[in-house]
Design a binder for this molecule. Sequence first.
Ligand SMILES: [Cu+2]
Length: 179
Amino acid sequence: MTSVRVLVGVLAMLLLVGAAVGCGQAADKSKQEAKKKVEGKAQQVKQEAKKKGQAKEQQAKKQAKKKLEQKKQDVIKTVAIKETDFKLSPSTVTLSKPGTYAFKVEDDGSTQHSLEIEGEGVKSEGGEDEGGEAQLEQTLDPGQSGVLMVSFQKPGTYEMYCPVDGHEQMGMKGKVVVK
Ligand SMILES: [Cu+2]
């Protein structure tokens, strides 16, 4: 009888120990799961932040592109003017309507030249602006070119010439007709 009691006692102890170990393992398991959960969430937050950052960057890029396109649209046309010693080519430029135009001026001569356009209604865009005239910011060296942005605010005939000493009198002049 005694041995049976001992056996029961041992079995009961084993069961208890087993339960305790099982409990511990379960606790470990739930700890690990909690850790996994936290890590997973942190990663998710990180990824979302990354996504947000990328979206923001893309939006900024889009806006910059839009702005650039808007600026391009504002310029109705680019007009090429070649300057030689001492002529403007073409010497008459005809534009279909008032608005902003880009004059791409190239010095094809062997001395320095520049370009100025004047008349009531001329507004310089970015260059020197003294009211009624627009002048290329720089004097061009032979082979060099520059862009003069000009806004014509109304139809009319405008003067254009090279403002370098005496060049206008030598023939470096022409006109811009705005329809
Ligand atoms: Cu000149």
